[in-house]
Ligand binder design. Structure first.
Ligand code: C2E
Ligand code: MG
Length: 595
């Protein structure tokens, strides 16, 4: 028993009859009605009850108190002090704070800890009362302590649950707000910097979609552990959203001091994580805002780190980006655009333009590429490069892409009705749309609803989309091929293709990107690459289309090297449906055609 009176300084103990008034109190109790019953009550209560003097020497301890401290019921308590009941910090607080307060106010109420004989620490709600003599002098203090350990654990657990993320165990946004508030105040006093790093996993959605939610969760837990291991004790990492984490780095002397941490974070995720029996890489993009330059309050700092993160993601992922004020203006513009974009479908502001694709030899129309256009009520015609990335980011590309597919089939029918023979169309399918498991079923429905012969519909999928996860892409391409549609690789040459996969995929065409065509024929590299692409396409049994043909010389070069089809402003810009119908009619009567 660590509360043993054997360790007390017995020689200092003044004894019960030391003239300190103990007897007077007991006699006073005895003179009152029901003294025996009251003593019985004290002995029976499960609460810890003690009487002590102003120096902390115990004069009375009830049965519950004796049990807790491991004393026999008849054991002498003389020589037992407050320090024998409480840990040093609590006993010092009771002596220096609680007893003087009770002396002054008559009563003190607070929480402390009782150390029990079996080594437990009981959390107690405690009350200390001061008892005076008739002359008004305080002579004794009584204390009642009620065990609230369970309640305390329950409250601690409740607080933990409301302040921590259940999946990763990291603190959540509630803690972030408190921590950031304090970190900024401290930094202001010490004239230091604070960094807020907002971090987003680049390929989380893909892993989650392909390996399942359990694997996604496993990945998040692994990432959280690795990132946390890079931080100092004063810094915190918080789970901010699905696959977003926020790190607050306090007390930086200069921005450069952040760089070693950024390198450490990158290195921490450079090694693959084992998830669902597979090794996966978790690259991330990060946006960074620095106090005081990039914001004076937690919401400003978070908003600006978010603007920087968006810029990091837009500029190719796997990047860091420090906040720059211009980002907010751009961010606000994007936000306004996004709001408008969400309404554009129902307001029927989208339309399709059609750019002809011609067979090289006979100059016959092979078909049209359907290109999305947005007629914004105030901005006019918005270029696809401005709104398609935003459609991708917001996921709106899925419903809009479905609309494009349906409308392209409808318009192909209208053109066919006018021309008297089938007019094939090509439709661009974005990465997000391609990865959406509903695509195949949706396309089947559209082909059926629009009575579209599948061989007259071509889907263009960019090289980078297909090669990002070639295995999954192969499965999706296989399912699309099963519907009978044609499949073309778009932007060929701008990414990185695996020949093994190109050979295996059920492709029908390969579209050489405009960047190679625009410098033909004088730029040697472009010429060599175009030539190689044509011959590669043919060896793989694919039709080759060159996009962006603007001059006769370019066409001659492509013809000389056996390119099958051409598309470009030289023959026809993207045009509305009615114009496309006239273009078809003009081609049938060549004298009316300019090209
Ligand atoms: P893309 O699929 O490579 O389409 C060809 C782009 O090159 C079109 O730009 C077209 O107007 C342009 N182009 C063709 N010939 C020439 C030429 O001779 N000179 C010049 N300067 N440009 C030429 P556009 O219409 O601005 O579309 C840009 C990109 O937006 C498309 O590139 C495609 O990636 C995307 N896009 C357009 N419509 C859709 C759509 O419905 N869905 C998806 N997911 N993406 C689309
Ligand atoms: Mg295209």
């Amino acid at each position: 028993m660590h509360a043993s009176p054997r360790h007390a300084r017995k020689d200092e103990y003044p004894g019960p009859d030391a003239g300190d008034g103990t007897d007077a109190v007991i006699q006073a109790i005895a003179r009152r009605p029901w003294p025996v019953q009251m003593l019985e009550m004290l002995e029976m209560t499960p609460d810890f009850v003690a009487i002590m003097d102003g120096d902390g020497w115990l004069h009375y301890l009830n049965a519950a108190g004796r049990r807790l401290l491991g004393l026999a019921q008849d054991e002498e308590i003389c020589g037992l002090r407050l320090e024998d009941c409480h840990p040093p910090k609590d006993s010092a607080r009771l002596l220096n704070e609680a007893l003087p307060a009770a002396h002054r106010d008559g009563v003190w109420h607070g929480e402390s800890t009782i150390k029990t004989a079996d080594g437990r620490a009981l959390h107690v709600s405690q009350i200390v009362l001061a008892h005076g003599k008739s002359d008004g002098k305080v002579t004794l203090f009584s204390t009642i302590a009620h065990d609230i350990t369970e309640c305390r654990h329950f409250l601690d657990e409740l607080r933990r649950q409301t302040t921590h993320d259940a999946l990763t165990g990291l603190p959540n946004r509630v803690v972030l707000a408190e921590h950031l508030d304090m970190a900024l105040a401290r930094a202001q006093r010490g004239r230091m910097l604070v960094a807020v790093i907002l971090l987003d996993l680049d390929n989380f959605k893909r892993i989650n979609d392909s390996l399942g939610h359990a694997a996604g969760n496993e990945l998040l837990r692994g990432v959280a552990l690795r990132l946390k291991s890079c931080l100092r004790a004063d810094d915190i990492i918080v789970r901010y959203g699905d696959d977003e984490f926020t790190i607050v780095v306090s007390e930086l002397h200069c921005a450069e001091n952040l760089l070693p941490l950024l390198q450490k974070l990158r290195a921490a995720l450079a090694q693959p994580l084992a998830v669902a029996g597979q090794e996966v890489f978790a690259g991330f993009s990060a946006g960074i805002a620095l106090f005081p330059n990039d914001g004076g309050t937690p919401p400003d700092m978070l908003q600006n780190a978010d603007a920087a993160l968006n810029r990091a993601k837009a500029s190719g992922r796997n990047q860091y980006q420090f906040y720059a004020p211009a980002m907010n203006a751009r961010g606000q513009e994007l936000l306004a655009l996004e709001t408008d974009l969400r309404r554009a479908l129902e307001r029927e502001e989208f339309t399709l333009h059609f750019q002809p694709q011609l067979h090289m030899c006979a100059g016959r129309i092979a078909g049209f590429e359907a290109l999305l256009r947005w007629r914004h009520p105030a901005r006019g015609l918005v270029a696809p490069s401005e709104f398609i990335p935003l459609l991708e980011e917001t996921g709106l590309i899925v419903p809009v892409g479905e609309w494009v597919l349906r409308r392209a089939c409808e318009d192909s029918r209208r053109l066919r009705d006018g021309a008297g023979n089938p007019v094939p169309v090509s439709v661009n399918v974005s990465a997000r749309q391609f990865g959406d498991h509903r695509l195949v079923d949706e396309l089947r429905r559209i082909l059926r609803d629009e009575a579209m012969p599948p061989e007259h519909l071509e889907l263009e999928i960019t090289e980078s989309t297909v090669m990002q996860d070639a295995q999954t892409a192969g499965e999706i391409l296989g399912a699309l091929d099963g519907l009978g549609v044609r499949l073309a690789i778009d932007d060929f040459g701008t990414g990185y293709s695996s020949l093994a996969y190109l050979k295996r995929f059920p492709l029908t065409a390969l579209k050489i990107d405009r960047v190679f065509i625009q410098d033909l024929p004088w730029e040697d590299n472009c010429a060599a690459l175009t030539e190689a692409s044509i011959s590669l396409g043919h060896r793989l049994g694919l039709e080759v289309i060159a996009v962006g043909v603007e001059t006769g010389k370019q066409m001659q070069f492509l013809r000389a090297h056996g390119c099958d089809m051409i598309q470009g402003n030289f023959f026809g810009r993207p045009m509305p449906l009615e114009e496309a119908a006239r273009f078809i009619a003009g081609r049938r009567h060549p004298e009316a055609s300019a090209a």
